[in-house]
Ligand binder design. Structure first.
Ligand code: UGA
Length: 469
């Protein structure tokens, strides 16, 4: 099928590349000429596993890049809107980009097509998109508007797209549902997975995925409610981690215990320094705002957001509890991205913590496998950047692990210890076992687990005792 994808950001670019891999003819539209030129020249603007391979495989063949939205929409049977929906000052999603795309599409509706909302948007957006397209002169019999929310995560975006837990399509007519079903048939029939060139299947994936057909409004709510629920799980376990610290229990053991209940599950129960990124913080605010507009005060979400912010402050207090004064301390920071596997630093708790530490007068030498280019724009001057974790640790008073990169969980501990001024690690992502770290000679402090102390801190200031709930 010929598909136009409007917006070459995270969702648009990954969706476009994956649709091409499913065998569709994709027109990827963007109004940023520099970005289009870079994509045409073979550049890949985001750090995402398998994306370079897919773009190289299909560029100029099954994927064409275009700056002409109307032409692309006219030529396509389905038009996916994947433009940004940034937050406004009040926390609502700014839908003006969606509206302007809808307006332009209206001039291209000459034969039946489906306009699909793929960006994360509040409930009723599909209806508004329909109204705008009609208001601008399109024949209502010649198009339908659907909602097809995307559940991909940064860092594993391509495999999340191709091996999803479910595909949700929100539609108001059978005709529209049929078009979307056809687009996803290579996944739902399992034919894609039999293809020898298919992107390899991740361990956990169940194939073929289930297709869930709902109304457009339900689909829009599924997206917001999914992200809010996942963020709630993270804040819940972070709150439990704080109690564990107060009573000297181990949050990992608590997680294993509660996660063994199949109704709960262990995933998204990793405590840390809080969630960040371009989705959870923004989507929680937007969902809260939508609920309020509909007459419901979703106070639970306020608490999820509050716990998340508090989690970062708790970690900062922990750093202070271990190092005493901060002015002039040299810290090696491992991780700046909001999570492992990505170069994205938007709303990164790691980056916010570095900024807090700079305000406290610390000297920071940071390393991140992918996000340093972006981080330099925000943190320089002020922060030194290292070319590997060991350079960041060299001569430091302590190492802080702030992003859950896989490579940070396999460090050469002896080398690290020798490079550090003091063998102190504050791990905001619980990548190591405290007992192992103690045996390797580290004073090791993590989240929600007893610290491993190789030195005697003054009574009452042991980090896990000092914190008030
Ligand atoms: C999230 C959702 O997981 C996706 O399903 C959704 O499609 C996406 O938002 C979106 O709306 O576009 P993403 O923000 O890429 O994906 O990353 P996550 O893996 O969800 O991580 C979000 C944050 O939570 C990160 O800062 C991560 O470090 C943190 N996190 C995650 C935890 O602190 N603990 C966990 O157990 C899991």
């Amino acid at each position: 099928m010929r598909i136009a994808v409007v917006g070459s950001g995270y969702v648009g670019l990954v969706a476009g590349a994956c649709f091409a891999d499913l065998g569709h003819e994709v027109l990827l539209v963007d109004n940023d000429e520099a970005k289009l030129a870079a994509l045409q020249n073979g550049e890949v603007p985001i750090h995402e596993r398998f994306l370079p391979e897919l773009l190289a495989r299909h560029r100029g063949q099954k994927i064409q890049f275009s700056g002409d939205l109307q032409d692309a929409a006219r030529a396509s049977q389905a038009v996916f809107i994947a433009v940004g929906t940034p937050p406004t000052e009040t926390g609502d999603a700014d839908l003006s980009y969606v509206e302007s795309v809808a307006r332009e599409i209206s001039g291209a509706v000459e034969q039946y097509k489906v306009v699909v909302e793929k960006s994360t948007v509040p409930v009723y957006t599909s209806q508004w998109v329909r109204t705008i397209i009609m208001r601008n002169g399109a024949d209502p019999a010649l198009f339908d508007v659907a909602s097809n929310p995307e559940f991909l995560r940064e860092g594993t975006a391509v495999t999340d797209f191709l091996y999803p837990d479910r595909i949700v399509i929100g539609v108001e007519s059978d005709r529209c549902a049929d078009v979307l079903r056809e687009i996803y048939v290579p996944l739902t029939s399992g034919s894609y997975y039999r293809n020898p060139t298919a992107i390899p299947r991740p361990d956990r994936a169940q194939v073929p995925p289930r297709l869930i057909v709902t109304s457009t409004r339900s689909a829009e709510l599924i997206k917001h409610a999914s992200n809010a629920f996942l963020a709630m799980k993270i804040s819940f376990i972070n709150a439990v981690a704080s109690i564990c610290e107060a009573v000297n229990a181990n949050v990992q053991q608590v997680c294993d215990g509660i996660g063994a209940d199949s109704r709960i599950g262990t995933r998204f129960l990793n405590p840390g320094i809080g969630y960040g990124g371009s989705c959870f913080p923004k989507d929680l605010q937007a969902f809260r705002s939508v609920a309020k507009e509909c007459g419901y005060e979703f106070r639970l979400l306020d608490e999820v957001i509050r716990i998340n912010e508090e989690q970062r402050h708790r970690f900062l207090r922990k750093v202070r509890g271990v190092l005493w004064t901060l002015r002039g301390k040299r810290l090696g920071v491992l991780g700046l991205a909001f999570k492992g596997g990505t170069d994205d630093i938007r709303e990164s708790p790691a980056l916010l913590l570095v900024q807090d530490l700079l305000r406290e007068g610390c000297h920071i030498c940071a390393y991140d496998p992918a996000a340093m280019g972006r981080a330099k724009e925000v943190l320089q001057p002020g922060v030194e950047f290292a070319s590997d974790p060991y350079e960041a640790a060299n001569g430091a008073d302590a190492v802080l692990i702030l992003t859950e990169w896989e490579e940070f969980s396999a460090l050469d501990l002896d080398r690290l210890r020798k490079l550090l001024r003091y063998p102190i690690i504050l791990d905001g992502r619980n990548l190591y076992d405290p007992a192992v770290m103690a045996a390797r000679g580290f004073s090791y402090h993590s989240v929600g687990r007893p610290s491993a102390l190789t030195e005697d801190l003054p009574a009452g200031v042991r980090p896990e005792k000092k914190e008030r709930l």
